[in-house]
Design a protein. Structure first.
Length: 312
């Protein structure tokens, strides 16, 4: 059965927001991108969103705006902004959210759902992770290597209707999506992956393939994953360290020349999301009495690099 067409607001016209907006629009949904960057919005309105995969390049017309009142209430509002912009984006996007709106976060890190729950009714919030990756080539042009899975679930746990409808919509446009209940262990699985691979990539300048191809880095990635998994287990999430290490190393091998989002942030002179990645592991470790020396070192190293660049 085809999912009914939805009115969807995508908050954040970066790599992931553009990829999802373009695919959803191609599927016949009424999609609008909301972003604070006027030149980017103008570019998308003029030329559409272009998604590049290998030798293929496809442009899709997607409406974009800096004014949420031009969009109005939607069926689904999906947040793809950087974690440190979530609170401001939630305020900006209020005109998109009505009593029936599903508010979804597919952002990196731990804690975005809590920020959204402070702004909107808890029972309207869906959280999850996507393993899709993208690289902004230029404004409005994004490289998307391959389709990867997405997992969603109810922030309040127990309500499968909203995540189910969102998964159905994403599935209908070719974005493989499953519903998890509870969903928090799945978010921690992605958090463990990010904690092990994003700062190591950013600090070395290595692509995913290079990270996975170097013996010393493979060992470090595995050690960080084990340390992070110990924290997840202390929180009560049944995550297997051996599975995480095996999965992460295999993913690095397959990813080849892909650049991690934190490496992209470094190269673009942007703040990273280290606070909600390794910082979140360290915070949870402190609360649960689990030592996190590797995560703490990576957190401090990235913070030092940000300070050197004047990124506060």
């Amino acid at each position: 059965m085809m999912a009914r067409a939805m009115k969807i607001g995508v908050i954040g016209a970066g790599a992931m927001g553009s990829i999802f907006a373009a695919r959803l629009a191609q599927g016949g949904n009424d999609v609008a991108l909301l972003d604070v960057a006027g030149p980017l919005v103008d570019r998308i309105n003029a030329d559409g969103v272009t998604v590049v995969r290998g030798e293929e390049s496809n442009a899709t017309r997607v409406r974009a705006t800096t004014d949420p009142s031009e969009i109005g209430p939607v069926d689904v509002a999906v947040f793809f902004v950087k974690c440190y912009h979530t609170a401001a984006a939630a305020e900006l996007a209020r005109p998109l959210v009505g009593p029936g709106t599903t508010v979804a976060s597919l952002q990196n890190g731990w804690g975005n759902g809590d920020v959204l729950a402070a702004a909107y009714p808890v029972d309207q919030i869906v959280v999850g992770v996507t393993y899709n990756s993208g690289l902004v080539v230029e404004p409005g042009v994004v490289m998307h290597p391959a389709d990867q899975p997405t997992v969603v679930g109810s922030f309040a746990e127990g309500d499968g209707a909203r995540p189910g409808r969102l998964a159905e919509t994403l599935e209908s446009v070719g974005l493989a999506t499953t519903v998890a209940s509870p969903v928090r262990p799945e978010i921690w699985k992605k958090l463990i992956l990010n904690a092990a691979t994003l700062p190591t990539s950013a600090l070395t300048g290595m692509t995913a393939g290079e990270l996975g191809g170097d013996e010393h880095m493979r060992e470090l990635v595995a050690d960080i994953a084990r340390e992070s998994t110990a924290v997840a287990m202390a929180l009560g999430y049944p995550i297997d360290a051996g599975e995480r290490v095996e999965t992460i190393l295999a993913l690095l091998e397959r990813a080849g020349p892909t650049k991690a989002s934190m490496l992209q942030d470094f190269e673009a002179g942007r703040r990273t999301e280290i606070d909600v990645i390794n910082g979140a592991v360290v915070k949870a470790g402190n609360e649960e009495g689990v030592a996190t020396p590797l995560n703490k070192a990576l957190f401090r190293l990235v913070k030092g690099c940000e300070a050197k660049r004047g990124l506060k």
